[in-house]
Design a protein around this ligand. Structure first.
Ligand code: GAR
Length: 188
């Protein structure tokens, strides 16, 4: 059985989809949900689902990324994960953190990579007049929102779309895509 740690920053709806998927004959189980924000709603949800949680407030480290990551690493290493899933984790990780988990760290990004790495993906797709938008699950490498693509899902962009309505349509696909990609990855 593979052990999966999940990093979140907010509501954690992707985390919930991942945790719920890891039952029965699934080759993995959730061992930790950790956040850089102690107020992240997903922490409470994870605890309610019976998953161990940890919070390391990045603001206490005042821009010292290495010190923040060293603190974040403690609960992660204690949970002995085989796979690390970033699920709406909004801190950029340093190359040394990424290298430690290279080949076993996944991320979900709300665009059809290589289009629109970074933030404001939905507004950028609308502004560009794209007919399609979507999401990507990829392996994490030291380059932001880069790394081998494991799966993508597309949705139409409607003429009436705002970033909000498009993001809701994409998020519904994220909740199916990420569990499917994790299952395939954990089965390797
Ligand atoms: C998701 O749309 C995810 O793709 C995005 O944040 C949202 C988190 O929602 N991730 C990024 O933008 C990563 N740069 P959730 O907390 O409900 O899963």
């Amino acid at each position: 059985m593979k052990r999966v740690a999940i990093l979140i920053s907010g509501g954690g709806s992707n985390m919930v989809a991942l945790v719920k998927s890891m039952t029965g004959d699934h080759p993995a189980r959730p061992v930790l949900v950790a956040s850089n924000d102690p107020a992240a709603g997903g922490l409470r949800t994870a605890a309610d689902m019976g998953v161990a949680t940890a919070a390391v407030d990045h603001r206490l480290f005042k821009g010292d990324r290495a010190a923040f990551e060293a603190a974040l690493l403690e609960p992660i290493l204690q949970s002995r994960p085989d796979i690390l899933c970033l699920a709406g984790f909004m801190r950029v990780l340093t190359p040394s953190f990424v290298e430690r988990f290279e080949g076993r760290m996944l991320n979900i990004h709300p665009s059809l990579l290589p289009k629109y790495p970074g933030l404001h993906t939905h507004q950028r797709a609308i502004d560009a007049g794209d007919a399609e938008a979507g999401c990507t699950v990829h392996e994490v490498t030291a380059i932001l929102d880069n790394g081998p693509i494991l799966g993508q899902a597309t949705v139409p962009v409607l003429p009436t779309d705002t970033a909000e309505t498009l993001s809701a349509r994409v998020l519904a696909e994220e909740h199916k895509l990420y569990p499917a990609c994790l299952r395939a990855f954990a089965s390797r």
